[in-house]
Design a binder for this molecule. Structure first.
Ligand SMILES: [Zn+2]
Length: 102
């Protein structure tokens, strides 16, 4: 492996084969920094997606699906499939209505 010199942008110290500044601990490896930034951005996207809450009823079913009683789980699954169909029809109707009025 060849020697890599990296200048710290904060204190100006030249570091040999280091990812972090010997003096102030700042990350000076640009590739590593970019990787980290990319990972952070991805994480942000993930948390943003998680923060986007699903429908209240959907949430209720998601919780109930893991119920300890198998009979309740079965009933919940049954109603959940009905709910999914209802949502599908509703969104389909909304699409048609939107298509007609547009
Ligand atoms: Zn430094």
């Amino acid at each position: 492996m060849s020697d890599v010199y990296r200048k710290c942008p904060t204190c100006g110290l030249i570091n040999l084969n280091r990812d972090y500044c010997k003096h102030c601990g700042v990350l000076i490896n640009t590739n590593l920094r970019r990787q980290k930034e990319r990972a952070q951005r991805l994480n942000k996207k993930k948390t943003a997606a998680a923060a986007k809450k699903p429908h209240k009823i959907t949430l209720f079913f998601e919780k109930a699906k893991t119920h300890s009683n198998p009979i309740i789980r079965f009933i919940v699954l049954l109603f959940y499939s009905i709910w999914v169909v209802v949502v599908a029809i509703a969104s389909f109707l909304a699409l048609i209505i939107g298509y007609i009025t547009a």
